[in-house]
Design a protein around this ligand. Structure first.
Ligand code: PBG
Length: 325
């Protein structure tokens, strides 16, 4: 036999030498839930090990994140009250705005990305303004743009619209530029599917739609070319980073998106992916460490440059241990 693939698998140093995919902590982004109130650090029942923090407790969470070597976070807000218009999304003293002030003061070296959407802020739980039972695309754009601007004014380093309205990237880019935030990047949740994997998040953020579902704005998971259409539109509108979400069931999309754009690609391993691994690990049916490493590397192998995951801190530890890297 002349060709023996096993030769390159015979030694740990060699296996690492010829590795095709490298993972490092700098590519990890950790999602954090911030909730109105004080003294709150409550575990999310469907996401064991993840918490909702009030602004005064947020520094404890950020300290741990920083210590783990993760340097970027994605902030999600849970407001004190919700209304039809989602007005707490852009309120100057809104939850994200206050969280950013505190976070930037206490840990200025972390990088802060904010999720821009209305579903956590509207009483009806939809991602935009309603007109009857419909989500009104164009009326929503103004509110999203206002929200993104208020995040940046409060200190956000990057904004990430996740609402899936048409034209939102352009609307956000325009308002940021008008206010001289020309250097603030936009990470677009461009390829976002209407997915059952978001269920634990909606518990965490109390953001499930009160009626109907999100299929009139999030994508149908039967479609792949439609995802490419979204990528190309968002690139034209001024997106700086393209996100694919969820990650694990959409590795094909990560690989395709990488081929059609030169923008960096981020993959979001969402709440349901986290919850499935946690639950199976608790039962002793899988090895949590192994599965977390394997699923993370899969996203990078498919073509992602950045990875949003609730396991970011653990992954940083696994990288330190040399389990992956
Ligand atoms: C807000 C938003 C959601 C997620 C990120 N931003 C929920 C949704 O679209 O219903 C999901 C994240 C996760 O499941 O971890 N629109």
């Amino acid at each position: 036999m002349i060709k023996r693939p096993r030769r390159l698998r015979s030694n740990e140093n060699l296996r690492k030498m010829v590795r095709e995919t490298r993972v490092d902590k700098a590519s990890l982004i950790y999602p954090v839930f911030v909730k109105d109130g004080t003294g709150i650090q409550e575990e999310i029942p469907s996401m064991k090990g993840q918490y909702r923090y009030s602004v005064d407790r947020l520094p404890f969470a950020l300290e741990e994140i920083g210590k783990s070597g993760v340097s970027s976070v994605m902030l999600f807000g849970i407001p004190g009250y919700k209304d039809e218009k989602g007005s707490q999304a852009y309120a100057q003293d809104g939850i994200i705005q206050r969280a950013l002030c505190e976070a930037k003061r206490e840990f200025p070296d972390l990088y802060y990305i904010t999720d821009v959407c209305l579903c956590e802020y509207t009483a009806h739980g939809h991602c935009g303004m309603l007109c009857g039972q419909e989500v009104d695309n164009d009326a929503t754009l103004k509110v999203l743009a206002k929200t993104a601007l208020s995040h940046v004014q409060a200190g956000a380093d990057m904004v990430a619209p996740s609402d899936m309205m048409d034209g939102r990237v352009k609307a956000i880019r325009e308002i940021l530029d008008e206010h001289h935030y020309t250097g603030t990047p936009i990470m677009s949740y461009a390829v976002k599917y209407a997915s059952g994997f978001y269920a634990p998040f909606r518990d965490a953020a109390d953001s499930a739609p009160a009626f109907g579902d999100r299929r009139s704005y999030q994508m149908d998971y039967h479609n792949s070319r439609e995802g490419i259409k979204e990528v190309l539109l968002d690139e034209e509108e001024g997106a700086d980073i393209i996100m694919v979400k969820p990650a694990l069931s959409y590795l094909d999309m990560i690989a395709k998106v990488r081929e059609v754009t030169n923008l960096p690609v981020a993959a979001y391993s969402v709440s349901g992916e986290y919850a499935m691994i946690k639950a199976a690990a608790e039962k002793g049916w899988i090895d949590e460490k192994n599965i977390v490493c394997e699923t993370a590397v899969a996203a990078f192998r498919a073509g992602a440059q950045s990875y949003l995951t609730y396991y970011a801190k653990e992954l940083a530890g696994y990288i330190d241990e040399g389990l992956i890297g």
